[in-house]
Design a protein. Structure first.
Length: 212
């Protein structure tokens, strides 16, 4: 039985992340509706061998991918965005030793896609900013924090989105209106355990808290 697709994720969207899992480029994975939670819901942790959280910029897609284009430009990428959202990914892998699984197996493992928590829509003021310079942090129980910015996502989350669009053009993969694209973690993944409170903070663009 086919599962409903909520959206797509980009993994290994920075050089450090690529070295960490032994790949040479970003990877794309499917986000399924049955593993998506809204930030206002109670979040139930599914089996997870990583137990880390990642703060990401999430793009909602305004219109279907246009396969008549040879490639998406920076401007084309902006025009396909319907809105910018906050979100936290809780990745997991079928492999115990996922760090040494290799690129082919990680692609087969759906780029470690697992649970995804969609946060509130961020302020539309992002359109007048350079997302590369937007500072963010993710915090556990107001004690443990990882900080970063949009530049950790292929230099800019919009560049990560453009990479995905052009990969999908190349391989004829559909991206539909209403899908969401998680552009990649802006910080080092932060460890958590069941019962912890996570805060995803995007500075003046917005923030949210959830309890796992």
């Amino acid at each position: 039985k086919s599962k409903k697709i909520f959206g797509w994720k980009i993994a290994a969207s920075n050089i450090a992340g690529q070295k960490h899992i032994g790949v040479k480029s970003p990877l794309a994975g499917i986000l399924f509706e049955d593993k998506k939670f809204d930030f206002s819901e109670k979040i139930y942790l599914l089996p997870n061998n990583m137990n880390v959280a990642e703060i990401e910029f999430i793009f909602k897609i305004k219109k279907d991918l246009d396969f008549s284009k040879p490639a998406y430009t920076d401007n084309d990428t902006l025009t396909i965005v319907d809105g910018l959202y906050s979100g936290i990914e809780l990745p997991a892998s079928r492999f115990k030793d996922f760090l040494n699984a290799g690129e082919a197996l990680l692609i087969a493992d759906n780029a470690c896609a697992n649970q995804f928590i969609l946060g509130p829509k961020l302020s539309d003021s992002w359109k007048n900013k350079n997302l590369a310079d937007q500072d963010v942090f993710i915090e556990v129980n107001n004690k443990y924090k990882e900080t970063g910015s949009g530049k950790h996502v292929l230099g800019n989350p919009l560049k990560a989105l453009k990479w995905l669009l052009n990969e999908f053009i190349k391989y004829k993969i559909q991206l539909k209106k209403g899908h969401f694209v998680a552009s990649g973690t802006c910080t080092k993944p932060i460890a958590f355990k069941k019962g912890d409170i996570l805060e995803a903070n995007y500075g003046d663009l917005g923030n949210f808290n959830i309890t796992i």
